[in-house]
Write a protein that binds this ligand. Structure first.
Ligand code: FAD
Length: 267
């Protein structure tokens, strides 16, 4: 059985020029940026929790370069989640966490209408098992857009527990789903060294009072924490590999963390 059964292979990547059309504040540390551009006419929605690559402007700039095959320098490219695509207006929403630790986070802080980026992808998304009795969706702010796309697609009969880790209570906001969702917001505090610790504790609690029936786990957070959680689920508690998707969305102290970190090396 493949290690990550619910995630399809990588797509061919076509660079598309996009431009910022709108910026909306979702919470003090999260903005929704809506991109437009003729190139989005060939963009295809590939399902929930998919990912795109964005070439972002360098510090101080408002325009990212198109990639040049075999060019002397690779542009600054980071991984994000297509939050919503409107196939009538060709508008693509991406929710950015605001932080000043890296070029993409810093660009999102200074983003202006008219800024020009480049998008590649999307890769295929997460396949929801509509036969599952319950889902546990757990993640920090970087995985929240992915979790929201899963919530949006879940059938109403499925019972869902969502554990969302944020720095403080001002990040708490309404999330929408047709499913029967029980959301718990976990306050981590400002120290990034604590990333994933509240999630791990809450997941332990959840599996101590597991709902009945066949469940599925989707976990997205800091990479080291993701490995601890993956070990907990697979090794300590013996859940089947095929029921679990874990993804490292970023890694403490590491720039441009790879988009394919499913923690397959953990167990
Ligand atoms: C599949 C996938 C989908 C993603 N979707 C989204 C999304 O929709 N929205 C979103 O905001 N992010 C998303 N991310 C996370 C995003 O790619 C990373 O946070 C990325 O590192 C940001 O790039 P950067 O240039 O700001 O920082 P980098 O240059 O990559 O890193 C610089 C430093 O910042 C630190 N860092 C990176 N991210 C964070 C953070 N969130 N908090 C604290 N420190 C951090 C790193 O540890 C490093 O030390 C996704 C990641 C993956 C793998």
């Amino acid at each position: 059985m493949p290690a990550t059964p619910d995630v399809a292979p990588r797509p061919r990547r076509t660079p598309r020029r996009i431009e910022v059309a709108r910026i909306a504040t979702l919470s003090p540390h999260m903005v929704r940026i809506t991109f437009t551009g003729e190139d989005l006419q060939s963009f295809v929605w590939t399902g929930p929790a998919a990912h795109i690559k964005l070439i972002v402007p360098e510090d101080g700039s408002h325009e990212a370069p198109m990639p040049i095959p075999d060019g002397p320098r690779s542009p600054t490219m980071r991984t994000y989640t297509p939050r919503r695509f409107n196939a009538s207006t060709f508008e693509l929403d991406v929710d950015f966490m605001l932080h000043d630790h890296g070029p993409a986070g810093r660009w999102a802080i200074r983003a202006k209408i008219g800024d020009r980026l480049v998008v590649l992808g999307p890769a295929p998304g997460y396949k929801i098992d509509a036969e599952a009795a319950w889902f546990l969706l757990a993640g920090d702010g970087t995985a929240l857009p992915a979790i929201e796309t899963i919530l949006a697609d879940l059938p109403a009969k499925i019972s869902v527990r969502a554990l969302i880790e944020v720095t403080d209570e001002n990040e708490i906001r309404a999330l929408h789903s047709a499913g029967n969702v029980d959301i718990e917001w976990l306050i981590r505090g400002a120290d990034p060294q604590q990333a994933g610790a509240p999630l791990e504790a809450a997941i332990r609690k959840f599996i101590d009072q597991l709902p009945s029936g066949n469940g599925r786990f989707y976990v997205g957070c800091e990479s080291n924490a993701m490995r601890r959680i993956r070990r907990l689920l697979l090794k300590e508690r013996g859940f089947e590999r095929g029921t679990i998707v874990t993804r490292g969305y970023w890694k403490l102290g590491s720039s441009n963390h790879p988009d394919g970190d499913y923690g397959d090396d953990t167990v």
